[in-house]
Design a protein. Sequence first.
Length: 263
Amino acid sequence: MIATESIEQMADELFLAEKNATELDKLVDRYPHFDVELAYEVQQRLVNRKCIEEKTRVAGWKLGLTSKAKQEMMGVHEPTYGVLLQNMQLYSGEPISLGPFIHAKIEPEIAFIMNRELRGPGVTVADVLAATEYVAPALEIIDSRYRGFSFTLLDVIADNSSSSRFIIGDKLTRLGDFDLSLVGMVFKQNGKIVATSAGASVMGHPAKAVAWMVNKLALTGQYVKPGEVILSGALTGAVAMKENDVFSCHFDHFGSLDVSFMK
């Protein structure tokens, strides 16, 4: 059993590590009774503190570890989720400074913008699609606060699933006669193709990942609200950024997004 004081201490450590861009030793090495339920409790304490001290609000949710390859690499059988805050959103018009990050990486995703409330349990792919106002191309910047980008599943959950920043394309597309699992994507770094992928790389269908998350949120009485954004999971491996890099992702049916980075 981990005391409430220890949960607060872990959330404080993670908050200060991000604020000061300093690395942190893994929590599991110091708290032997840590488990998934407690890790999500630390995540919630961390998010609450950020909302208060940074004067921001919840903007939505993100999924992590949605591919079989990543789950096998981490030795887990399900994804994770984290919280997106309003002050995490950036825009593609101006170069993004690398200054605030510890060892950030970027990955392409499909963003869902919701038009109605979604509460689990029992939410299906069809429910998610019916509650979706728009989809859009997105790029997520992840940034672990752990030393050497080395962590366990419990560590990454507590660290808000490595949430850091996100960028959503200007073009918002209503779901039509295309299948999100078949939507192709090309990811480029400085004009060169880094990877290609399709929506099916996220749990077979990105809405399946969203449904999993909504049902998982129900275990703690949480739910998705109208207007919230959901990043459904990376379609490729994450790539480290450096000064003057330009990244872009192009999706069939719903457009492109590009961002650039400066020191």
